[in-house]
Ligand binder design. Sequence first.
Ligand code: SF4
Length: 383
Amino acid sequence: MSINALLDEFKIKAASPKKQLAEYKAQGKKVIGVLPYYAPEELVYAAGMVPMGIWGSNTKSISRAKEYCATFYCTIAQLALEMLLDGTMDGLDGIITPTICDTLRPMSQNFRVSMGEKMAVIFLAHPQNRFEDFGLQFCIDQYTHVKKELEKVAGKEMTDEAIQDAIKVYNKARAARRTFVKLANEHCDVITPVKRSAVLKAFYFMEKPEYIEKLNELNEELSKLPACDWKGTKVVTSGIICDNPKLLEIFEENSIAIAADDVAHESRSFRTDAPEDEKDPMMALAKQFANIDYDVLLYDQASSKNRRGEFVADMVKESGAQGLVLFMQQFCDPEEMEYPYLKKALEEKNIPHIKLGIDQQMRDFGQAQTAIQAFADVLEMSK
Ligand code: SF4
């Protein structure tokens, strides 16, 4: 397949979770919705079911979810519920509701109350202290609860071999995406911000073997191209999610390419593999979670050293970007609290940045356009 044909396919898949879900159901498959963050999707795969990510929507408005949510909940959480209430995700056999932040904790109960009769609602709590033996054990206990609930939905037990196999598949999917984001930097004339986002977003809705096959094919085709001589500027993006094509088009209009990202929906979700040499696959999954580092949402034992801020600042330098764009989700406490540390690390290394307040109900891009245009000039001067 040509690069353009592959990119078109990812674009279609990224834009149509409802259609994808209907296709899986027509094939007689069971489908589990997976809310952010860090759910062990491998268990869904090992149970022979299809996991589908639910990270809200850029095209919907909050209406029915208002009945359940406080107005100060972020739009990701509210629109995830909206998609369940308005029928977009009808047909799901269950959902996994992680609870890592102060919004997702109460939201897990809203999902249970609103959806509990229609589908399995599987609660998941991660340990705060994930490195110690007791943290790993807590994680295993929680994942075992998820496993048992998934087995009830699937109507069969999961074997250790099936989980080991799922770990290998997911590690391959992570590796393919890590390769892709590097190639996207080298070929930013072909992989524009909108296309980059669609390729990464399609992961959440596609069956993983198919996604891996298509992405490896795309990576192979990209690696045959000569590295592009980019005349514009480059940034690193940071934040929870930035999958809004209209917002990303503004980058393209200003010749700003994405060199790398520190986005939860993108690279933060595939930086860390699960160990494949661990005898107990549940321990392997717990270690995968424990080994995630430099993440806003996770406890850092050495946080006083601002390791994360420095990690992101180094990413800007090493990727060849001139600056950083932070997509700040409205009402996201963890990201807001982290920002001063990120700002400090960027300023110490003389890296220009802007903070764009966004949410998934954003329909007017005038302010963002002005800010990005002005930032493009700053970046041009620092080249
Ligand atoms: S955007 Fe922030 S507040 Fe909302 S679910 Fe994610 S971490 Fe929690």
